[in-house]
Design a protein around this ligand. Structure first.
Ligand SMILES: O=C(O)CCC(=O)C(=O)O
Ligand SMILES: [Fe+2]
Length: 330
């Protein structure tokens, strides 16, 4: 059995829904990661996103820094290499990550914004097609995340729309990671990663990754395993709020991106769409995931408070004090 199973999402519309929900449940119980095909994102949308992000990261760093946020804690725009460390979201202290990133949120949100999650996006002048390419891709990834939420309701034995009530004005963030080892770059420091080990913070992540090694997930056997997505597949993994909802029936799996093994130049890119839910509800164990023998493991958390602590830890290199769903797994 492969570690990360592949499911065909197109069967949700016109196929055997029960079988699909069962396959998703099995994979999420065992490993917390899936690959999805039949997601319906047009190839042209993916190609435009790839082209525009490659053009952006190829710009000189001074040019890219023009779209860095004034407040580095703000989860928007460009972050240069050496300024972030995702392991800080788990309260760890590590050398900074060997990555650059560019982050956007939803373009339009109505309603209150007590945490600054809906701060305006910061768009560079170049490349001109970055904005249409990334917003079109983010809309598609958002659609896929909502299909996954419907499947989750069925898999967890919940009424239709039950989880949708937590995603009326969701925080949704698209993060482009660019990893590039340039000729003559120094060796990574001991323990330095391209992205430090972390669990994702929210509900579900839809990830496009270049089909080259780098991503590793912490398997049920306690070892790190490489995950390289299949042709046309997207990777799906869960965040802490879903581990909280499901009382760890489904895992928010620890993962990281490791530096390339050889000394030569190497480049890799990934684009993560984080579907993080609303900031105002309390997230707590779902009624179908608890019993007298299986009481809730995690105290309830306010969605926004949890996310804010996690995001700020990674962005500012200050260890976060937030729910840690990886703690009991070593
Ligand atoms: O680059 C990857 O494959 C993983 C990215 C990731 O884990 C993240 O952005 O949270
Ligand atoms: Fe991640």
């Amino acid at each position: 059995m492969t570690l990360v199973p592949t499911v065909d999402l197109s069967t949700w519309h016109g196929g055997d829904r029960t079988q699909l929900a069962h396959a998703v449940d099995e994979a999420l119980k065992r490993v917390g990661f899936l690959q999805v095909v039949g997601h319906g994102i047009p190839r042209a949308t993916i190609d435009d996103m790839r082209g525009a992000t490659a053009a952006f990261f190829a710009l000189p760093v001074e040019e890219k820094l023009r779209s860095a946020p004034a407040d580095r804690a703000s989860d928007r725009g460009y972050a240069a290499e050496g300024t972030e460390g995702l392991a800080y979201s788990l309260g760890e202290t590590t050398p900074p990550d060997l990555s650059e990133s560019f982050v956007i949120g939803a373009e339009h949100i109505d309603g209150e914004d007590p945490y600054g999650f809906f701060a305006p996006n910061i768009w560079p002048d170049l490349p001109e097609n970055l904005r249409p390419a990334l917003t079109a891709y983010a809309d598609e990834a958002h659609r896929v995340a909502r299909v996954l939420l419907e499947i989750f309701e069925k898999a967890l034995g919940l009424p239709d729309g039950y989880l949708g009530a937590y995603t009326r004005h969701p925080t949704r963030t698209l993060r482009v990671n660019h990893f590039e080892r340039r000729a003559g770059a120094p060796e990574p420091l001991p323990g330095q990663m391209r992205l430090g080990a972390h669990t994702d913070y929210g509900i579900v992540t839809v990830l496009y990754a270049d089909p080259v090694p780098g991503l590793q997930i912490h398997g049920p056997d306690g070892a790190w395993h490489d995950v390289v997505p299949a042709e046309d597949a997207l990777v799906v993994n869960l965040g802490d709020l879903t581990a909280q909802w499901t009382n760890d029936r489904w895992r928010s799996t620890l993962h990281r991106v490791v530096p390339p093994s050889g000394p030569g130049p190497s480049r890799r890119r990934s684009v993560a769409f984080f579907f993080d839910g609303d900031h105002d509800p309390r997230f707590e164990c779902l009624p179908t995931c608890q019993s007298a023998d299986n009481p809730p493991k995690y105290p309830p958390v306010l969605g926004g408070e949890h996310l804010y602590a996690k995001i700020t830890g990674g962005r500012t290199l200050e260890p976060a004090d937030a729910m840690n769903t990886a703690a009991d797994r070593g």
